[in-house]
Design a protein around this ligand. Sequence first.
Ligand SMILES: Nc1ncnc2c1ncn2[C@@H]1O[C@H](COP(=O)(O)OP(=O)(O)O[C@H]2O[C@H](CO)[C@@H](O)[C@H](O)[C@H]2O)[C@@H](O)[C@H]1O
Length: 493
Amino acid sequence: MYIVQIASECAPVIKAGGLGDVVYGLSRELENKGHCVELILPMYDCMRYDHIWGLHDAYRDLWVPWYGGRIHCSVYCGWVHGRVCFFIEPHSEDNFFHRGCYYGCNDDNMRFAFFSKAALQFLQQSNKCPDIIHCHDWQTGLIPVMLYEIYKYNGMEFQRVCYTIHNFKHQGTCGNEVLEATGLNRPEYYYQYDKLQDNFNPFALNMMKAGIVYSNAVTTVSPHHAWEAEHTDISCGLGHTLYLHRDKFQGVLNGIDFEFWNPKVDKYIPFNYACEDFEQKQYNKKALRERLKLSDSDKPLIAYIGRLDAQKGVHLVHHAIYHALERGAQFVLLGAATEPSINSWFVHEQSFLAENPDVHIELGFNEELSHLIYAGADMIVVPSNYEPCGLTQIIGLKYGTVPIVRGVGGLVNTVFDWDYDQMHSKETRNGFVFFDLDNYALESAMGRAIDLYNINPDLFCQLAIQGMEYDYSWNHPGDKYIEIYDSIRHQWE
Ligand SMILES: Nc1ncnc2c1ncn2[C@@H]1O[C@H](COP(=O)(O)OP(=O)(O)O[C@H]2O[C@H](CO)[C@@H](O)[C@H](O)[C@H]2O)[C@@H](O)[C@H]1O
């Protein structure tokens, strides 16, 4: 099959979070399984150009219809760790992707509506005829709409779309201007409940809903989250739309790329290790402590890596730091906050705890350091409010870093409690799970983990190794996506 992934991120060249990991990892797996995969991405000024090989002009004269006129774009092609990527660069006063950031601009809706239009225009003008277009999140939700309402009549009648939702929180609600700019026009047609009209605000359109309504298959990133999305309010108003489209909706658990996230071959860590020589992990712990100037001791080291926002249970993350200290453990946090109030809260904590030899708070995005933390920590805490899949616990498992998670979304599908899990034998349990969203619940799970580490280190080691033995690679999810692509490939719209 010929598959084109269209997304706003692809790790490690463009990565704000888990979306980037998934787009890269899934693409590599599909290629390994013998399919032809290409990626279309925005050409941001701030992406990691050092991860692109052989960047060259691929298509100079792409003219993208926009507001009745046309915007001239260049398309560059390069290899991101072996994946063929096309980067679209518009030449207009809007400077859509020259903002020094990936997201967070007032005109994000227009930036990504433009990108979606440009990606389709590129496929059409360059005569690319993929069997499958795989789009991700609200940023590319308009692609199936434009495909079926415009491009189908211009030579793209055989392409089918798989749409994956990584986070229901951000849906890309917008107004008429998007219809006008992209040439979809006809507001009276799109402002309908069974089309693009937002389920809450009848005067707004919703790009994520557009993706659900118009795509041939819709997925979210774990089976449990798919259930939550249909049966609870976690899908932020899209529950009924998912219900109406339930026949094409399902959850496929994410994997991680075992070439990039693998302590055996990881280039960012000083001591490689696997289950067989698990004791090597402790040297990474030592290296991490040296790098972050933490005291050397026999205390357990607990980590948090991730965005600092409401989704991630930021109050519990904060509490975890102090509870770890109270229980005689060390804590390392690596995270970035986009919300100013959360950022200043953690900046304050950072300076308040600056002299404490048992804590390090690193604010910002640091891919290299994250690898050392996964390798050096004993436990990783993921106390999310909601979590569509969660990659940090999966990476933690691969690195023998025992996850302590809240039982929501994909965390339920990947972490099985050492003491209480009813579905898994003791030999296949891999972490600690709590359910309530309060300090006591978190404390009880952290307490059980710390006690096991202190009182029975051999058993703790065994638990860590049991986690490493889980195969959360892209192998199975890759097969699942191929099955989905196959099922829609010859579908008549
Ligand atoms: N400050 C920092 N420095 C370095 N690396 C950092 C970092 N902060 C985060 N990362 C890295 O970014 C990734 C985050 O993965 P998450 O699963 O937490 O994704 P996120 O919530 O962004 O995405 C959404 O999409 C993903 C993918 O589908 C879902 O797993 C998830 O539930 C959903 O919310 C990990 O690789 C982590 O190591």
